[in-house]
Write a new protein. Structure first.
Length: 429
């Protein structure tokens, strides 16, 4: 594609992102479904946004793709808003959702996907790991339109921020089982060769969460300390963005998921900075950059599908989306929260809140990015199983994401008003 054409494509995406705001305001809905519909309209339906170039931007730009870079920016920006008081109070529930909940979701999705498509069960579990994480990129802008109760917001935000790295770890484990000894995760290969596959998996899981989280905490406090000495003023914007991208690059290079580090750094900065003018500017800058990243991601999400993908996999995708929304997600939430509460009545959420949380679980950016990886690995390592099922995984996962996001954006405000009529009124600007 000529360079001028690439610039035209990028400029169009940015212009569409800007117009999504007045369109959404006109119809009193969140921007997310508008962005996706614009991507579909200018992508597969008209061909104005080139499918190949949109796919390149989403998964291959700068070797990692704008999808993954967007996740970095969004998670860092939104981790500023983590309230440690709420996190401590809801920690057990969040931890249960991000462990037991992930496993339950994976199992249900795996069996349902294998049943519908006749895929091998190991491919079903790979698909389950891809669909397991919920998406903060989608949840946050929609929740901003509503006055959601503090405990519900804390649980949903905490779950969506922390289940991305957990799902990525399970995804890595399953890839390692499908393609033993692959170079996709050399760290897992080393750990499993020392401890064995089962103990090694547990050790690998701890390494992937604890190591980056502790380093991210240290980085956050180090930045705060250095700023007291050198007073970076406005340049704190570039410093922190550079540090977060450095965390992403370094941890990715050693096969450790960088997201716990990025979230930890953002949470420390958000909770322990002195709230001066420069820190407020940093927070505002990250919010604006996060919105831009979200906009690009969701437009590309609509644009990377093809008409052939939609025609071939629409029915399977819709069936899987319904299974996730009305079966896997409610089962995971109800079971996880029941275990977390341990029968203690004074700590229990009422069933209305649990049901609401069950429906607030859209799939998003991480799912789309992960869904592109199996075929790439299969093609590079000549693995017939991943070559055969990779395109199916990607196409069905993309449709599930679209359906779940549109469901959330259109119906959750209505459910919120019906479930909590006294609290959940549209927030004033």
């Amino acid at each position: 594609m000529p360079l001028q054409s690439e610039f035209l494509q990028v400029s169009l995406i940015l212009i569409l992102a800007a117009f999504s705001i007045p369109i959404a305001r006109k119809f009193s809905i969140a921007e997310v479904p508008v962005l996706i519909i614009l991507g579909l309209l200018f992508g597969p339906l008209t061909g104005i946004i080139n499918h190949t170039y949109a796919s390149y931007l989403m998964v291959s730009y700068a070797s990692v793709g704008l999808g993954m870079l967007g996740i970095v920016i969004v998670l860092y920006a939104e981790s500023h808003k983590i309230d440690f008081k709420i996190l401590r109070r809801e920690f057990v529930r969040i931890a249960s959702l991000d462990t037991l909940g992930i496993v339950i979701t994976m199992v249900i999705v795996a069996f349902f996907f294998s049943f519908i498509t006749h895929a091998p069960l190991i491919i079903g579990f790979l698909f389950g790991a891809i669909l397991a994480p919920t998406d903060p990129v989608t949840i946050i802008p929609i929740f901003r339109k509503l006055r959601v109760k503090e405990d519900i917001y804390g649980i949903v935000l905490g779950e969506s921020l922390f289940n991305d790295p957990v799902s990525i770890i399970f995804f890595t484990l399953i890839i390692a089982l499908i393609v033993p000894g692959s170079t996709y995760s050399p760290l897992f290969n080393q750990v499993s060769s020392i401890f064995g596959i089962f103990t090694g998996s547990a050790v690998f899981l701890v390494i992937q969460i604890a190591v980056p989280a502790l380093i991210g905490i240290g980085v956050g406090f180090s930045i705060l300390y250095l700023n007291k000495i050198f007073n970076f003023e406005n340049f704190i914007l570039g410093l922190l963005l550079g540090v977060v991208l450095l965390e992403f690059a370094v941890f990715s290079a050693v096969s450790i998921t960088p997201f716990p580090a990025i979230i930890a750094t953002g949470a420390i900065i958000g909770n322990f900075s002195d709230k001066s003018l420069f820190w407020q500017r940093e927070s505002n800058f990250q919010d604006n950059l996060s919105f831009l990243a979200q906009s690009i991601i969701f437009i590309l999400l609509g644009a990377i599908l093809t008409v052939q993908d939609i025609e071939r996999y629409l029915v399977v995708g819709v069936l899987m989306a319904l299974a996730v929304i009305f079966l896997a997600r409610p089962a995971a939430v109800m079971s996880s929260l029941t275990v977390a509460e341990g029968g203690k009545s004074r700590f229990r959420l009422d069933n209305v809140k649990k049901l609401f949380i069950s429906f607030v679980g859209p799939r998003g950016t991480v799912t789309v990015v992960l869904s592109t990886i199996p075929y790439v690995i299969g093609a590079s390592l000549n693995n017939a199983l991943l070559i055969e099922w990779g395109p199916v995984i990607y196409s069905v996962a993309s449709i599930v994401v679209l359906v779940s996001i549109i469901f959330l954006a259109l119906f959750i405000p209505l459910l919120s008003k019906n479930f909590f009529p006294e609290e959940n009124k549209p927030a004033e600007n």
